[in-house]
Design a protein. Structure first.
Length: 175
């Protein structure tokens, strides 16, 4: 009876440890914070923007960064990125008339721009890398994007390239 209880307890600890390790592996490797998004230069869904539209755009960017972090951020590390300003590619041009209220015009003179800070921490919470960025890609239309129908394709491409180049050399203290 004692042997059975000890075996069951040991098995419980092993299973518990495995579940904890799986939960840690499944935990998002990025946290995205939008600091005062109502003051961002341009995260508009139309000429007369809505909070709902802005929130949908920000959610799309957040989901993209969290997904990409799963590939770019080393296991055991976490990226915290705090956006202080976003200016999406293109602009709404009201002089084109009411039929163009929801059409973002993409031209080289309207490049996307991101201002943010970031911190990469290891599993112990130690800062591995940090910095402040102001990324404006004037050649954004020269980028090769896979989904030409994605309205945020340029922004996603820029953020993906930034993550790949910035996080390339990040190593945890255990590496």
């Amino acid at each position: 009876m004692k042997t059975t209880l000890l075996t069951a307890a040991a098995l419980g600890l092993v299973v518990s440890g495995a579940l904890t390790a799986k939960a840690a592996a499944d935990a998002p490797r990025a946290q995205v914070i939008f600091d005062h998004p109502d003051k961002f230069t341009d995260v508009r869904d139309q000429e007369f923007p809505t909070d709902r539209g802005r929130d949908a755009i920000l959610k799309t960017l957040r989901d993209f960064i969290v997904r990409e972090a799963g590939y770019q951020v080393p296991t055991g590390c976490k990226l915290t990125i705090t956006f202080t300003d976003i200016d999406l590619a293109g602009k709404f041009e009201p002089w084109r008339g009411p039929d163009f209220d929801e059409i973002r015009i993409i031209k080289p003179i309207y490049p996307p721009d991101f201002k943010f800070t970031y911190v990469v921490t290891d599993a112990a919470g130690t800062i591995v890398k940090q910095g402040r960025e102001d990324i404006c890609d004037l050649a954004f239309q020269m980028r090769i994007t896979l989904d030409s129908n994605d309205p945020l394709r340029y922004e996603k491409s820029i953020l993906s390239d930034w993550m790949r180049s910035t996080l390339r050399g990040v190593r945890t203290s255990g590496s």
